[in-house]
Design a protein around this ligand. Structure first.
Ligand code: SF4
Ligand code: SF4
Length: 94
């Protein structure tokens, strides 16, 4: 039972001091979570602290590899529109 930080992490340091178990650490090319220390904040907080503070969608995954801040959840931009921007470029969509 542990979360994972992946390559979309921008190394902003916001999550690291909030972890009650000191499970998050700076690494290259991005921050990581020590799986043997992460408790998903169970017993300490109702919400996973790293997930609550992270400003980047899909930077933190659950134990099944699912993004905890999924696309669109922080920006409000519908994933379908993001996909169109990726395919066509911003100018073509707007
Ligand atoms: S879910 Fe909680 S325990 Fe796990 S890395 Fe994030 S802040 Fe630390
Ligand atoms: S808050 Fe998110 S983007 Fe910032 S260091 Fe942690 S995982 Fe990376």
């Amino acid at each position: 039972m542990a979360f994972e930080i992946v390559e979309s992490c921008v190394n902003c340091y916001a999550c690291e001091p909030l972890c009650p178990n000191q499970a998050i650490y700076a690494a290259s090319p991005h921050f990581l979570i020590a799986a043997d220390k992460c408790t998903e904040c169970v017993g300490d907080f109702e919400e996973a602290q790293c997930v609550g503070i992270c400003p980047i969608e899909a930077a933190i995954l659950d134990e099944l590899g699912r993004p905890l801040n999924p696309p669109g959840s922080l920006t409000g931009i519908p994933p379908a529109l993001l996909a169109r921007i990726d395919q066509q470029g911003t100018a073509a969509v707007l």
